[in-house]
Structure formats: structure tokens, C-alpha cells
Design a binder for this molecule. Structure first.
Ligand code: 9MR
Length: 355
């Protein structure tokens, strides 16, 4: 049955554009929240994107609009206008707003880095003020937060030490960020979020050590975010193993930035390695299977009460960050460059258990 449905939609896909076709809604087919990262300004001017977003997603993650460099561009300035517009949009469309991200080395404004380098003691007070003003302002409105993003090394074991937060405050900065956020909104779902944890078991183990220590000591963490920027050749067995161990903590599990690439890279800006120049039909079908595998693993391994949801990092190949960042040509998303659903979309959709 699944196969017939899949083939049927492939045929429809071939003749129709996104505007002409009403495909089934992902959020209606899923038993958990489905989201995508969105860049608010181009999004609000793009009718097709807005139509697709409202149709498929009941969770909204800002691609950049909620990061520290946007909120605190200069000393003594906190600007909320963009976030307020996003809140208005999500409330109008009855969507969950997810806060990405409070503390991320890569989104720290230059002025904060400079000031903390001169006076490391200042940073803790600034962090407390920033988090509590921000989380307090959107208390009961932002459902959950990536409290700290990418606090562990890109590869292998250990904390990311090349971060002003670590340099000025030591590893305790992570715990403090969670405590400050929890004080400001005790009901917000608080995540630690990172990449490659589904595949790099040394990195995963470092994170798990921190998470279980937090749980033992009552540091208010409520979830683990697997960014899940994966490649076609990342073995399902490894993903299943790490997901299982994370789920065993009893915490919420969010697949927070999903995309699936064919080519590879060294994790650095411009570090793409172009292995495939074009997307063949057989690649499209294999990608559909991988998206389906991911959904099955999430549903089978993560207990329902811990399924915070699955969020795509942009849902179409036209806007994906992958090509810009790694200097690649890849096709990681469920919608193609013309904003038509790909086999990956149907692979994902058909794997979803009804709510
Ligand atoms: O996709 C985001 C890009 O548009 C921004 O310029 C960049 C810096 O803010 O962040 C990108 O999103 C990253 C996310 O916040 C954290 N995980 C990795 C994502 C891709 O770089």
C-alpha cells in the first residue's frame, strides 16, 4: 500500500508545481510536532513558502532571528521587534515557537567577546541578564529553548574550549545558562543542542556525561537536541544506538535541524567535497528511504512522551544553508529547488504514524 501511494505521488510530482498541488500535511500525519527553520524576512515576502509552511508545520524555529547577534547587536541594546513579529505570526497560525538559541559561541556578538576578553568576570552577569530578560519576556510564549548550542568540540571528546563562554567562565557556563533560563520560565523546555552527536560516539559520550551529571545534581535540563545534519552514508545502526541512549535519560528528544546530504565535508566553512554533481532518480529514491528510516527510528526508539518533534533546517533545496556554507551543490531537503515535494517528502510522510 505504502509503495502504491509513493509511486502515485511520484507521478503527480512530475507534472505539478507546489502551487498547483495540495499534498498531505506533515503536521496532520505526525504524532509529534513538525517544524522548519525559517528566515523571517524573505519568508514573509514569499507566498509559496508561507503557504507551504502553514500547511506542513506546527513548530517554528528561527534560522537566525533569535540569536544573540540579532538581539544584542550593541552594548545596552536589546532589540525585540523581529521576535515580536515572529510571535505574532506563530500565534496567528497556532504554531509552537521554539527558541534557537540562547548561548552559542558562533552567534556571540563581537562586542561581547571583546568586553569579556578584557574583563572575564563581567560575562556571567551579562549572561544572567541576557537570558533572564529574554526568557522572561517570552515566558509562556516560547515553548522551549536551545539553551546552549554546540558546547562540545566539533570532533571527538571534550568541551569546545575555543569559545568566549568557556574561556571566561569554564565549563560551568553551560550549567549556569540552564539555571538562569529555568529561573526565568520554570515551564520552558530546556535543551542542550549539538551536531554530529548521532555519529561521533566520543562526542556523544562527552555530552552524555554532562547530561547525566546535570540530572544527578538537579541542573534543570529537559531535553537533548540532535541537530541531525546527516549524510546518506551515516549508518542507521549508529544513529539508533545514540538515540536509544539519549532516550534512556527520560529527557525530551528533538531532531532539531534535520537535513540529509549526498556529498561530504570536513565540518568547516567552505569545506565541502563534491562527490556527486547531479541528483539521479536512484539517489532521490535512496534519500526517500533514508528520511523514512529516520522517522521510523525516532518513532520506534523515542517514547511518545519524549518526542518533542522533528524540525528541518530549511525544508527546500533552493534555500538550504548547506550549499552556501560548505560551497557545495547538494540536495539535502524534502522539497526541491522549485519548491516541489521530492521523493524524500513522501518517504518522510509515509513513514509517519498517524497521531
Ligand atoms: O542556517 C543558519 C545561517 O543562515 C546563519 O547565517 C548561521 C549563523 O547564524 O547559522 C545557521 O544555522 C546554524 C544553526 O544555528 C546551528 N547549527 C548549524 C546551523 C547551520 O550552520
Amino acid at each position: 500500500m505504502r509503495k502504491v501511494f509513493f509511486t502515485l505521488f511520484l507521478a503527480v510530482d512530475f507534472f505539478c508545481s507546489a502551487q498547483q498541488i495540495q499534498v498531505p500535511s506533515l503536521k496532520e500525519a505526525a504524532g509529534f510536532s513538525i517544524g522548519s527553520s525559517i528566515r523571517f524576512v524573505p519568508f514573509m515576502q514569499d507566498d509559496v513558502l508561507r503557504q507551504l509552511q502553514a500547511h506542513h508545520f506546527d513548530s517554528y524555529t528561527a534560522g537566525s532571528d533569535m540569536k544573540m547577534y540579532q538581539i544584542a547587536p550593541r552594548e545596552d541594546v536589546l532589540q525585540w521587534a523581529r521576535v515580536d513579529s515572529i510571535v505574532a505570526y506563530t500565534q496567528k497560525h497556532n504554531q509552537r515557537l521554539f527558541g534557537h538559541t540562547l548561548i552559542w559561541h558562533s552567534a556571540t556578538p563581537r562586542w561581547v567577546e571583546k568586553k569579556a576578553k578584557k574583563n572575564p568576570k563581567w560575562l556571567d552577569g551579562f549572561m544572567k541578564h541576557y537570558i533572564q530578560t529574554y526568557v522572561g519576556r517570552y515566558k509562556g510564549i516560547v515553548d522551549g529553548w536551545d539553551v546552549v548550542n554546540e558546547g562540545f568540540n566539533t570532533k571527538g571528546a571534550g568541551y569546545r574550549t575555543a569559545s568566549i563562554w568557556y574561556e571566561a567562565m569554564g565549563e560551568e557556563y553551560i550549567e549556569k545558562a540552564f539555571r538562569y533560563a529555568h529561573e526565568a520560565d520554570p515551564d520552558a523546555v530546556l535543551f542542550y543542542n549539538d551536531f554530529n552527536i548521532e555519529r561521533d560516539t566520543l562526542k556523544f559520550n562527552s555530552m552524555m556525561k554532562m547530561v547525566t551529571d546535570f540530572q544527578r545534581r538537579g541542573v534543570p535540563i529537559s531535553g537533548i537536541g540532535f541537530q541531525m545534519h546527516i549524510r546518506m552514508d551515516i549508518p542507521n545502526e549508529v544513529i539508533a544506538y545514540t538515540l536509544q541512549r539519549a532516550a534512556d535519560t527520560g529527557l525530551q528528544i528533538h531532531l532539531s535541524e534535520v537535513d540529509i546530504i549526498f556529498n561530504t565535508h570536513d565540518d568547516s566553512k567552505g569545506g565541502g567535497v563534491q562527490l556527486y554533481d547531479r541528483l539521479t532518480e536512484s539517489m532521490r529514491l535512496k534519500q526517500a528511504q533514508k528520511y523514512a528510516d529516520l522517522v521510523h527510528m525516532y518513532q520506534d526508539i523515542v517514547p511518545k512522551s519524549q518526542q518533542y518533534g522533528i524540525t528541518f533546517w530549511g525544508f527546500n533545496d533552493r534555500d538550504t544553508w548547506i550549499n552556501r556554507f560548505f560551497k557545495l551543490r547538494d540536495w539535502p531537503c524534502i522539497y526541491d529547488e522549485q519548491l516541489n515535494p521530492k521523493p524524500a517528502f513522501y518517504g518522510f510522510l509515509n513513514a509517519l504514524d498517524a497521531p
